[in-house]
Design a protein around this ligand. Structure first.
Ligand SMILES: [Zn+2]
Length: 140
């Protein structure tokens, strides 16, 4: 392990950056430093020119490990994208189910209404005189 590259790793960690902003723990996802944690300015990813930087983890021992860890980062990213896409499909299917359910409930209500009317018309047809009075076609 090179002592010069790990100097900041061994010195006491900063709590604030050169611009008095608090530093926060972040994780590098670059091919050179995959999953290596560091302390950096809260504005680090917002384009801050702040140079306060402090490695929390030692560097991986060789390029083989770096490459393997970087591949895992990419795999995790793909899985997150797949998960997000599947969640979208689940939401679409849930909406489709809700729509189908509402349609079926409406159809069921209309069929029950039709059944009720049919039953009532059957009962009325039993009483001929009432049937003639109530049926608009017979009235015309
Ligand atoms: Zn800063």
């Amino acid at each position: 392990m090179s002592s010069s590259s790990n100097r900041s790793y061994r010195s006491p960690p900063p709590t604030h950056c050169e611009n008095e902003q608090p530093v926060i723990r972040q994780t590098s996802r670059t091919i050179d430093f995959p999953l290596r944690r560091f302390l950096g300015c809260v504005e680090y990813y917002n384009g801050s020119k702040c140079r306060t930087f402090y490695w929390l983890d030692p560097e991986l021992p060789n390029d083989y490990y770096k490459h393997e860890v970087f591949k895992l980062i990419q795999k995790e990213k793909r899985l997150k994208e797949d998960k997000s896409s599947l969640n979208g499909k689940i939401r679409d299917l849930e909406r489709e189910i809700d729509f189908q359910k509402a349609t079926m409930e409406k159809e069921m209500f209309l069929l029950q209404l039709e059944l009720k009317e049919s039953k009532s018309s059957v009962n009325k047809s039993k009483d001929k005189s009432q049937w003639v009075n109530m049926d608009p076609i017979s009235v015309i």
